[in-house]
Design a protein around this ligand. Structure first.
Ligand SMILES: Cc1cc2nc3c(=O)[nH]c(=O)nc-3n(C[C@H](O)[C@H](O)[C@H](O)COP(=O)(O)OP(=O)(O)OC[C@H]3O[C@@H](n4cnc5c(N)ncnc54)[C@H](O)[C@@H]3O)c2cc1C
Length: 393
């Protein structure tokens, strides 16, 4: 059964076609539903059937230019797709990964790279994972140790990353590497960005025993003397960090969209249960102790969704979306954890059962308090850039 898409008022939509897009995505994903996703997690398999259908319907490529096989829309459209998948009980981390890799390739990839990868991302036939985090360089990207050096007409890559999601099913990995030859001696690290096939000799990975209950798995990845030809370089050598920024705001918006979708799923289920369940001859939703926390959660969720829609809109019109995208991710993570907790509470003991599909959403909702950027780094950004306070680190 699909969750009613209009249970939440459509006040957040910034374009006329969003309502129609929401309904189409909800209909498609609703055919799979929460049970399908839970079953994939339980069996340790990817949601391939859902992914294929999303690709065939064009939903995976709404943010990819038409000349590269996409629909030619923007991140505002993508926000709708990601949120609706999660609202139907299918929060897909791979959608967040695609929101960083596709814009970077579209903006900085060579023509060959665009032709090779973007149509496949749009139709779901190809996947790219993203590797920036390292054991000694998480929030501080300047400290990455994985590095490249020139070799003939190409490069050699050495190092290790961790928490790389989905490399086991990806065709290529987009990797951020230190490039000492491009450093100017001003004490700042130079970073370059590469796209390498996951079957490159010298690439290996080991699973991390992660607690998140998602089909996507996480890995420590090793790059041992990997020979790259010049075509593996994305954009300009030494400009990796600047180029990654093209994808960071879409990534935050998509992460927020996952949480907003989880919130809607949880509150829809919570409200339904509160209407149906009677313990004292009246529906439990008639007790204000039950209805008010749900209503309060709804308000926070709608505020988070509005912020996210605005962030996406700013990004699409080429304005600075950093403040809005950071705040949207922050607000969505907090709102979803409260909404989910309240939905679980309303369900009594059933809230903790797998059958009702709520408790196991906690892990992915909680993830986005930490990743792709932690709430503390968002607060640092707002304190420094929005409020003019001194940088603390
Ligand atoms: C399930 C999962 C999937 C992931 N997928 C990917 C992926 O696909 N690709 C990828 O590259 N990475 C991925 N990550 C990594 C994720 O992006 C990082 O975990 C996240 O950016 C935080 O980095 P860290 O873990 O190194 O924490 P750290 O940087 O070590 O931070 C630890 C704590 O200290 C705080 N802190 C650090 N610096 C400051 C400061 N200056 N001021 C205040 N507080 C600070 C942080 O906010 C945090 O609370 C994933 C992580 C998880 C858990």
């Amino acid at each position: 059964m699909s969750v009613q898409p209009m249970f939440f008022s459509p006040l957040v939509d910034t374009a006329d076609h969003h309502r129609e897009l929401r309904e189409s995505v909800a209909k498609l994903v609703g055919r799979f539903g929460r049970r399908y996703y839970q079953d994939c997690v339980k069996r340790g398999v990817e949601p391939d059937e859902l992914w294929r259908d999303l690709g065939e319907a064009g939903f995976l490529g709404v943010h990819i230019p038409e000349e590269h096989g996409g629909v030619g829309g923007g991140i505002a459209d993508y926000n709708v797709v990601v949120e609706e998948c999660a609202a139907q009980g299918c929060p897909l981390l791979q959608l967040v990964i695609n929101s960083i890799t596709a814009p970077i390739i579209a903006a900085h990839g060579s023509d060959d790279m665009k032709a090779l990868w973007l149509p496949g991302i749009a139709d779901g036939s190809r996947r790219i994972c993203f590797a920036i985090t390292e054991p000694d360089a998480g929030s501080n990207t300047h400290k990455v140790k994985t590095q490249v050096s020139s070799s003939g007409n190409g490069f050699v890559l050495n190092g290790a990353k961790y928490w790389t999601s989905g490399i086991d099913v990806a065709d290529a990995v987009m990797i951020v590497a230190r490039d000492p030859e491009m450093e100017t001696g001003d004490g700042r690290s130079a970073l370059s960005l590469f796209l390498l096939p996951t079957d490159a000799p010298g690439l290996s990975y080991q699973p991390i025993d992660a607690a998140v209950m998602t089909p996507e798995k996480q890995f420590t990845t090793f790059y041992d003397n990997i020979a790259l030809d010049g075509s593996a370089l994305i954009g300009k050598r030494g400009a990796g960090l600047k180029q990654v920024f093209v994808g960071l705001n879409p990534e935050r918006i998509s992460a927020a969209a996952i949480n907003n979708g989880i919130s809607r799923f949880a509150l829809s289920r919570g409200a339904e249960y509160a209407r149906d369940r009677s313990v004292w001859n009246i529906p439990i939703g008639q007790h204000q102790g039950v209805s008010h926390p749900l209503a309060e959660a709804y308000i926070h969720v709608q505020a988070a969704r509005l912020l996210n829609a605005r962030a996406a809109q700013l990004y699409d019109i080429g304005e600075d979306a950093a403040e809005a995208a950071n705040m949207a991710k922050f607000a969505a993570a907090d709102a979803s954890l409260k909404a989910l907790d309240q939905a679980i509470q309303v369900h009594g003991g059933n809230g903790l059962s797998y059958e009702f599909g709520l408790a196991d959403l906690w892990f992915i909702a909680r993830l986005h308090k930490t990743a792709p950027v932690s709430r503390e780094m968002v607060l640092n950004h707002v304190a420094q850039h929005s409020m003019g306070l001194p940088k603390s680190y």
